[in-house]
Design a protein around this ligand. Structure first.
Ligand code: DX5
Ligand code: ZN
Length: 546
């Protein structure tokens, strides 16, 4: 694939996959949202970041192979192929329709079958338990031909009830197929219930190691862990690798999450706008490690990761642009190996163009420079350098700085607009209230100009401010003192996420109101809303629901 897709773009694409899949399923009135969503990051990282493949040349002889053995995840799989460029995304509206080539389960693509199969589909899935065996054949043939192509196979944990899976597991180890990577979508739910109730698979790890596979276990919705695991699998020498990806069925839509009911059920079509709003509203919590007493950045990063943070916010201060000095790229280099969590570098330094390579070499995932410290041409050079290294570019604005006009021609290259809600230089300051309307106006203006990136709010963010900042349009929340000044990092992050949830549910309820489906939405969403009912003021209403 050559270029390294940048972190926030990867997140955005995977979000588009979920949105396309749920639109297709709702339109069709049938399909499998559960598995389409549990495997979304797994398929997304493979097609958008890891695999060697070419949508323009689906039969390219050097391509890596993706065998989707859990065929019922077809809506998610098709949406991934569409977003990757194998066919127009608009065709997803024909999912499961008579005459459509997007049916309930994929059909292997061949030139002869173009009316009923889409390019990029290597295997006709549906009856489960077969894909791994087919993958062994492809991996063996490639090796016999001296080819470097790799084979990636997605299997399910319900599917692992099939004896053929274990025959194949033995054979792959026997043939030492290092060019084969199986990925287990371990969402712990199958057609009619929880896997451990129906046919216990645990201890899953021990089973696969006992079959002489190289075993890697990860969080299956964590793109950086998936990338890391796939890279490690590429280093395996003489055994196949299984990546046990702990996933959540229906992940992305709260009332479908970990709920067997949504294995193979479609949401009502009229719910679609609310589901799309929910998917679009994914938020990232970013602890700022300069906050709090102790300077042990390593421990702070570890505790943030344990506490459930999404990204790590790194404040670089040079003592000139701001009246404080913190650390530079050399410190970041030392911290990089501690976690796979993305590094969000906030450069409060003069002349950032002169130093940008240092932050590229330090392997940051997001780098924001201040609009007050560079000209348009310097900013353009900075974004070019970052983009060509697969790093998400951002622009930061001090509280009194408005969006520079020169930014608009560069918007498609910007993934983050960071709006300071305190004067830069120190953690632990109070949120400047006037910044709230600024966030709202800037978000509006940017969306009008087609901006697809994230608004990041930075400074004085805590549980009391979060809902308002969310409603203003921010989706990345930096939290320094609120996390490291709390004495309970995990608790603090949970509380920030709780506030995000309340703000999201309030927005969805307003939207349900505006399209006249409030009662039906309350019914569908009841088990999600009960814990928030008090804060949303809907206790009686929920209680009255029969
Ligand atoms: C301030 C920094 C912020 C700050 C956030 O210049 O850019 O990231 O550390 O800390 P709190 O959340 O405590 O304001
Ligand atoms: Zn910052």
């Amino acid at each position: 694939m050559g270029f390294r897709m940048r972190y926030l773009d990867l997140k955005r694409k995977i979000c588009s996959v979920r949105m396309l899949a749920i639109q297709g399923i709702a339109e069709a009135g049938s399909g499998h949202p559960g598995a389409s969503f549990s495997a979304a990051e797994l398929m997304g990282v493979l097609y958008f970041r890891k695999m060697n493949h070419s949508p323009k040349k689906p039969d390219w002889s050097e391509r890596d192979y993706f065998i989707n053995s859990k065929g019922h995840s077809a809506p998610g799989f098709f949406a991934t192929l569409a977003i990757a460029g194998y066919f127009p995304p608009t065709e997803m509206k024909t999912l499961r329709k008579l005459g459509s080539r997007l049916q309930g389960h994929p059909v292997r693509y061949t030139q002869k079958e173009t009316h009923q199969s889409v390019p990029g589909t290597e295997f006709s899935g549906g009856s489960e338990g077969i894909g791994l065996s087919v993958s062994i054949g492809i991996a063996l043939a490639n090796r016999l031909d001296g080819k470097k192509n790799r084979v990636y196979t997605l299997i399910g944990d319900g599917e692992s009830n099939e004896g053929q899976i274990w025959e194949a597991a033995m054979a792959a180890a026997k043939f030492k197929l290092h060019n084969l990577v199986a990925i287990l979508d371990r969402n712990r739910i199958q057609q009619d219930g929880f896997t451990e109730d129906i046919m216990p698979l645990d201890p899953t790890r021990d089973k696969w190691s006992a079959f002489n596979w190289n075993v890697i276990e990860i969080g299956g919705h964590n793109v950086e862990q998936i990338i890391d695991a796939l890279n490690k699998a590429s280093e395996a020498k003489d055994s196949p690798t299984i990546i046990i990806a702990n996933t959540v069925k229906g992940n992305g839509i709260k009332h479908m999450t970990n709920n067997p009911q949504w294995h193979g059920k479609a949401p009502p079509r009229e719910h679609t706008p609310l589901l799309l709003e929910e998917l679009r509203s994914e938020c990232l919590i970013a602890p700022s490690i300069i906050a709090g007493q102790q300077e042990n950045y390593e421990e702070k990063i570890r505790s943030a990761e344990r506490g459930g943070a999404d990204i790590i916010h790194l404040d670089i201060m040079d003592g000139r642009f701001v009246p404080n000095t913190t650390f530079y790229s050399d410190t970041i280099k030392q911290l990089r190996h501690i976690t796979t969590l993305p590094f969000d570098a906030h450069l409060m330094i003069e002349n950032p163009l002169a130093h940008i390579q240092d932050y590229i070499d330090a392997r940051c995932d997001i780098v924001s420079v201040h609009a007050e410290t560079c000209s348009e041409s310097e900013f353009a050079q900075i974004t070019d350098r970052l983009l060509s290294n697969g790093i998400s570019p951002g622009i930061a604005l001090n509280p009194s700085t408005d969006l520079p006009n020169w930014l608009f021609p560069h918007l498609q290259d910007v993934d983050v607009v960071l709006i300071m809600s305190v004067n830069p230089g120190f953690a632990g300051q109070k949120f400047i209230p006037e910044v709230l309307s600024k966030i709202r106006l800037i978000n509006q203006k940017l969306r009008e100009h087609g901006f697809l990136g994230y608004i990041e709010a930075d400074g004085g963010i805590d549980a009391t401010m979060l809902q308002a900042v969310y409603e203003a349009g921010a989706r990345i929340f930096v939290a320094g003192n609120a996390v490291y000044g709390s004495g309970d990092i995990h608790g603090a992050i949970i509380q920030l996420r709780y506030k995000v949830n309340v703000a999201l549910e309030r927005k969805l309820l307003e939207q349900a109101n505006s399209i006249g489906i409030r009662r039906d939405w309350l019914k569908t969403r009841k088990h999600i809303l009960i814990p928030l009912a008090n804060e949303l003021g809907i206790e009686e209403e929920l209680h009255a629901l029969k």
